[in-house]
Write a protein that binds this ligand. Structure first.
Ligand SMILES: Cc1ncc(COP(=O)(O)O)c(C=O)c1O
Length: 437
């Protein structure tokens, strides 16, 4: 390893002079290079990556197929603007996304750039198709940082404080958050009655015929890896159908094999009208898409959705490589194996450490929720931060999330080796021993 030409501390000092403090990073290491599930900083320190760029790196860092696709694309051209001079790779990727989307009806794709933009455009499309304005969301959901998606997001700090007024016509309902049931009930006796909150909304708040779409994450990401009961999603879809409301599955964090399927909604026996995808779609390249039923997608006038970088050429090249890798390396099965291993480890930790209130997940989307008291369920974001900090000191990048900031989640690349996964889980175990002593 050559001597570092700079240190993390030196860059941090320069950063403090050039970055606004409104922009924060979880860790103080500055990345030099990354491969698979490993990251090295400018000082040559190695980190195990359980954060995966917040779910953008399911195929791992610098996967040879992604690197080769990007190199090849960059040598041919980087940007002509898909809205100006289009290219075949965008069509190929759209064909594959249409094929992967659940349901037999014909599908179509529209590209944009970020996850938030995909959600915004799904709402725009739903509004045109239905001629209605209202949007129903989940109280613990996260959909982005734009004006509309902030309104659709159920967490004030750091996402919303001071940024209002928010876009109108957004109606959150209590989430299927079994550990903190909005109805005070217990699953399965509850029979997923929290889905009735949607019908209740139409009695108390807004007419069903004013609602264009219901937008839900099939597994809530930033909300703390909340997995809705299957009956919940089915009930919600039935209520939507009864009232002519479109069902939008926001797959930005849960999609692309994270839950063992291309789209997480496939676990719930529900065919969504529209899907939003980004993040791991293109191994962290900025490209996102709305995939949906053709008649709905085509209800918008030509040119109504787009943007300078929408469907950018590098993103399409990476996206095609990603879909190939998911299949050829069977990262779907790998996600299930990773999920099982993490779940077993977390459940065993829960037996030893009373601060672990809940362990939950679906396939490789596994999390644990920390509390000060198992009876009161008082959230323990301080303890989550302490575990994260211990792990960082031992070379593991782990992220806290959740409405209360007290959930530890695993978003490691799915190409992580068994040895790396075991090593990371061992560090988490040691962190609990240290934090709880
Ligand atoms: C479910 C979900 N929707 C939307 C977004 C917003 O995506 P982006 O940060 O690319 O705008 C995120 C990002 O974390 C997400 O997890």
């Amino acid at each position: 390893m050559s001597h570092p030409t700079t240190t993390n501390k030196e860059i941090s000092t320069r950063r403090a002079k050039s970055f606004s403090s409104c922009y924060a990073s979880a860790f103080t290491c500055y990345v030099d290079r990354a491969k698979g599930a490993l990251i090295w900083d400018v000082e040559g320190n190695e980190y195990l990556d359980f954060a995966g760029g917040i779910g953008g790196m399911n195929v791992g860092h610098s996967h040879p197929k992604v690197v080769s696709a990007l190199k090849d694309q960059a040598e041919r051209f980087t940007h002509t603007c898909l809205m100006v001079a289009p290219y075949e790779s965008a069509v190929q990727l759209a064909e594959k996304l249409c094929e992967a989307a659940p349901g037999d009806e014909p599908k179509a794709v529209a590209y944009v750039t970020s996850g938030a933009e995909a959600v915004e455009n799904a709402v725009k499309i739903a509004r045109v198709y239905t001629g209605r304005t209202g949007v129903v969301t989940m109280a613990n959901g996260y959909h982005g940082r734009t004006m509309l998606t902030m309104a659709m997001t159920g967490r004030v700090m750091p996402f919303k404080a001071g940024f209002g007024p928010f876009a109108p016509e957004v109606y959150p309902i209590g989430s299927p958050y079994c550990y903190r049931c909005p109805m005070g009930k217990t699953y399965p006796d509850c029979e997923a009655s929290c889905a009735d909150l949607l019908s209740e909304l139409f009695v108390k708040e807004v007419a069903a015929k004013s609602i264009a779409c219901f937008v839900m994450e099939p597994v809530l990401g930033e909300g703390g890896f909340i997995v809705p009961p299957k009956e919940y999603t089915k009930k919600i879809k039935a209520i939507c159908e009864e009232h002519g409301i479109l069902f939008v599955s926001d797959e930005i964090q849960a999609g692309m094999a994270r839950t063992g399927k291309v789209f997480a909604i496939e676990h719930f026996d529900v065919v969504p009208d529209l899907i939003t995808t980004a993040k791991s779609l293109a191994a962290g390249m900025p490209i996102s898409a709305v995939v949906g039923k053709r008649d709905i997608m085509d209800s918008v006038h030509p040119g109504g959705v787009g943007g300078t970088y929408s469907g950018n050429a590098l993103g399409c090249a990476a996206g095609l490589a990603v879909l190939d890798i998911l299949e050829s390396e069977d990262l779907f099965s790998r996600a299930d194996i990773i999920g099982e291993k993490v779940m077993t480890c977390f459940e065993s930790l829960q037996k030893s450490f009373s601060i672990i209130g809940d362990v939950r997940g679906l396939s490789a989307m596994v999390a644990m929720e920390l509390v000060h008291d198992k009876e009161t369920k008082e959230p323990a974001p301080d303890l989550a931060r302490a575990v994260v900090s211990y792990c960082f000191d031992k070379g593991l990048l782990l992220l806290a999330t959740g409405t209360y900031g007290n959930v530890l989640r695993i978003l490691s690349p799915l190409v992580i080796t068994d040895e790396q996964l075991d090593r990371g889980l061992k560090i988490i175990e040691e962190a609990f021993t240290s934090v709880c002593k």
